[in-house]
Design a binder for this molecule. Structure first.
Ligand code: ZN
Length: 211
């Protein structure tokens, strides 16, 4: 599947799963110095491959009739400072709830380690601005995900599939935390507990074969 076809595929899934509504949210995937990105002003479930612009890592339009997503500067800033090959940005409900009320998403479940543990909330700035791009870049340091204050969430991956799955995980973690807060006081995993999870993942038990 071409990069632009992947954008259409995952764009449709993002709408189907309710991670975005209307023309909100944007995806990109990188190959070398080029980045295919969803266009501005088109709902993610109505994309065709030709609609998706291609830009270079400096932000010059290389291919396509439509303008790249307004959040393209944020995508490019993240590509500059991480090993990301794909980026997913949505306005998912629980992610946005956390980003509107908190400064970080604490690790309440060990799967948070897949995103780098605690997820930071990037300071608020107007959408599409270099300030927001810089804030997200800072919040993403050492992580696979960040939340954006009063805005939404962003995840990175080695593939678009990986970035998309991280967005689903981020939303699930936010939902667990927010629903947990409505029931009681969610316990936060300690560094010791998280380190034990890493240790366990690195050393899985091998079941001996019955002779
Ligand atoms: Zn946005």
């Amino acid at each position: 599947m071409s990069l632009r076809e992947q954008l259409c595929d995952y764009g449709r899934r993002a709408v189907e799963l309710g991670l975005v509504i209307g023309t909100s949210g944007n995806l990109s995937v990188r190959e070398g110095e080029l980045v295919a990105v969803t266009p501005s002003g088109v709902a993610l479930d109505r994309l065709t491959p030709e609609m998706c612009p291609v830009v270079d890592v400096e932000g010059h339009l290389v291919e396509g009739e439509l303008q790249p997503s307004s959040e393209t500067p944020m995508h490019l800033a993240v590509y500059q400072t991480t090993d990301a090959q794909a980026i997913v940005h949505t306005h998912s409900v629980f992610g946005t709830v956390v980003a509107t009320t908190m400064t970080e998403l604490p690790p309440v479940h060990y799967n948070a380690l897949l995103l780098g543990g605690t997820v930071r909330v990037a300071a608020y700035a107007t959408y599409g601005t270099p300030e927001l791009a810089a804030n997200v870049r800072a919040a993403m340091e050492g992580k696979r995900a960040a939340l954006m204050a009063n805005h939404g969430g962003v995840t990175i991956g080695a593939t678009l599939e990986e970035a998309f799955e991280s967005t689903r995980l981020l939303e699930w973690l936010c939902e667990v935390y927010v629903r947990g807060l409505s029931v009681g006081k969610p316990a936060i995993l300690t560094d010791e507990q998280l380190n034990a999870v890493i240790e366990r993942a690195l050393n899985p038990p091998v079941f001996p074969r019955r002779l």
